[in-house]
Design a protein around this ligand. Structure first.
Ligand code: TRP
Ligand code: SF4
Length: 406
């Protein structure tokens, strides 16, 4: 696969650090489900990444992995549309991480915002490790090894995708520059039909001189359509169009998930570390109890005190779950104090429990027979590994450590 195909591929991962919650469902999984129909999607369990922040808490990793995949399946991700796999089952990620680590300046890693941020925030953890500093290099390897063009993530992961782009660019600069690049491009052009070669040259000039991206993209597509071009020559011609040398590892783009506000049951952002989550497939009684005790607009001390939904964390949740009419009912009743908060919360509790029931039903076959989950993961991991191996062949050859007989 070469650089333009990367436009068809989408990849993302999650760390297996505990039960998924409704924040994951609305903030991430629903988006993944949509993408599975648009792209060739690879979704994986980042179990090595889980170790970077908690190397001593490994008891739950396997259980969390299975639970997580069951939730993915229940949310509507399909193993026939996507490839599900486990990071540690594709050891090529580690090989690429080592190779990328050689060209990644230490200062880039120290500058990643989440590095200092997590160091300061997670002060009960030992983050003074090589592994934690290298977190973004491992993530870059995860992405680049599949030559994924699209990486759906939340804003908190944007800096990691950005550094993956920088690492890819540096790799291509260091290892994509063949001494005979120019003459190799000429040779590759000569192999083409002369009309096609002329088109490519024209597009290259239009992009270089006038920044004509459309011309460049059309030319990239043309290269992809040519059946008898070797992978090496394809990469050279793509690199010629970009003006970069060979593109061995295409730069990925972050597909930033629109921030859905899913507040936790304490009104702060829902996250596991804040212990304010509403897990998926939770007991209905626990759901009602958690919602009933959620804080509301502090102005509504008594049932007769009017309130403002904009100041109420429950309302932010209601926006994810209620119809327009129901929201109008909430707004009206809150401002006029025509009902109390407990009554206002009832439709929300029902809607969440209905969603949970749907998830529970969809999850049931997998909960009953976890072997199905295991085989989905094993098959997916094998498939992912084939792609990863292909990339590694190119990577080793570009560096000059294939060690094949000449
Ligand atoms: N760092 C991501 C998170 O904590 C998980 C992750 C690991 C990832 N590798 C990835 C996400 C590659 C996207 C692409 O959420
Ligand atoms: Fe929030 Fe509803 Fe209470 Fe208003 S009435 S403060 S929207 S829970």
């Amino acid at each position: 696969m070469s650089s333009l195909d990367s436009d068809k591929r989408c990849l993302s991962g999650m760390r297996p650090t505990g039960r998924l919650h409704i924040g994951h469902l609305h903030g991430c999984l629903k988006n993944w489900v949509e993408l599975q129909h648009k792209y060739d999607c690879f979704y994986f369990v980042a179990d090595w990444h889980a170790l970077t922040t908690a190397y001593d808490q490994t008891k739950e990793i396997e259980k969390s992995t299975t639970d997580m995949i069951v939730d993915w399946l229940a949310a509507g991700l399909s193993p026939t549309s996507c490839t599900f796999f486990i990071q540690s089952k594709v050891p090529e990620h580690a090989e690429l991480m080592v190779l990328l680590s050689m060209i990644t300046p230490k200062s880039w890693l120290e500058r990643v915002p989440s590095y200092k941020d997590q160091m300061a925030r997670l002060n009960d953890r030992d983050l003074d490790t090589f592994g934690f500093l290298g977190y973004p290099v491992l993530q870059a390897a995860d992405i680049l090894i599949y030559r994924a063009g699209h990486v759906p993530v939340g804003v908190d992961q944007q800096a990691h995708v950005e550094i993956s782009r920088e690492i890819a660019r540096r790799f291509n600069e260091v290892y994509g520059r063949e001494e005979e690049f120019d003459s190799n491009v000429k040779k590759a052009l000569k192999k083409l039909d002369s009309n096609v070669a002329a088109k490519l040259q024209k597009a290259q000039r239009a992009f270089r001189e006038q920044g004509d991206r459309d011309a460049r993209d059309r030319a990239h597509a043309l290269i992809e359509e040519m059946p008898d071009l070797s992978i090496g020559n394809k990469e050279r011609l793509h690199g010629y169009l970009e003006g970069t040398g060979r593109v061995i590892l295409p730069e990925p783009n972050a597909l930033i998930t629109k921030e859905k506000v899913v507040p936790g049951i304490d009104g702060q952002k829902m996250s596991k570390s804040s212990r304010n989550t509403l897990p998926l497939r939770e007991d209905p009684k626990v759901v009602s109890q958690k919602i009933r005790t959620m804080p509301t607009d502090p102005a509504r001390v008594r049932k007769t005190d009017p309130g403002d939904p904009a100041k109420c964390p429950v309302y932010a949740l209601q926006q994810n779950y209620l119809s327009q009419e129901q929201l109008a009912w909430v707004n009206d009743g809150c401002r006029k104090a025509s009902f109390g908060c407990i009554e206002c919360k009832k439709p929300l509790i029902d809607a969440i429990n209905q969603e949970q029931e749907t998830l529970r039903a969809a999850a049931a076959p997998y909960v009953k027979d976890p072997d199905i989950v295991r085989s989905i993961l094993m098959e997916g991991s094998e498939k992912a590994r084939l792609t990863a191996k292909e990339t590694m062949e190119d990577v080793r050859a570009a560096i000059g450590i294939s060690h094949r007989s000449p």
